[in-house]
Design a protein around this ligand. Sequence first.
Ligand SMILES: Cc1cc2nc3c(=O)[nH]c(=O)nc-3n(C[C@H](O)[C@H](O)[C@H](O)COP(=O)(O)O)c2cc1C
Length: 170
Amino acid sequence: MTKIGLFYGTQTGNTETIAELIQKEMGGDSVVEMMDISQADVEDFQQYNSLIIGCPTWNVGELQSDWEGFYDQLDEIDFNGKKVAYFGAGDQVGYADNFQDAMGILEEKISALGGKTVGFWPTTGYDFDDSKAVKNNQFVGLALDEDNQPELTKGRIKKWVSEIKPILQS
Ligand SMILES: Cc1cc2nc3c(=O)[nH]c(=O)nc-3n(C[C@H](O)[C@H](O)[C@H](O)COP(=O)(O)O)c2cc1C
């Protein structure tokens, strides 16, 4: 069974809580190893063929600061042959023009470096105006909104994990 690396960044804790829920739903720490991006280095990424990447959007359309700090180091990672699933935390009401932008920024970069995106997610059930995380009318990963729709988070994670788990483990 392929071990999966989950790399996340967080400012106020939401993305870490979400990461823990995803890890649990995936089957625990024997299946998914979790790492805060502020503590990670390039070698940490190299050991996994399957990755889950989590980032909240901050400062109106920008990466969370630890991801911002790691962004240039992504260039040193060979993502060819790696499957990558993304999730993000955002606020579709307060930042309707930049909802989940960070997830889109990371997906674009990592795809350009050879990563294969898995786990697209429908935009139905959300109300926002613009997002860098939408491609072909779908989110490039799981969009979560702890500010406005916290009650939907657990169900969304359950459904998304049921879709990505067999792909990331194959
Ligand atoms: C100053 C500020 C700027 C934000 N900018 C955005 C944004 O541009 N887009 C978005 O979707 N959410 C934005 N958010 C919402 C956060 O992404 C959201 O609260 C998220 O759950 C925080 O995750 P964290 O606790 O893991 O840091 C912003 C929040 C604050 C306070």
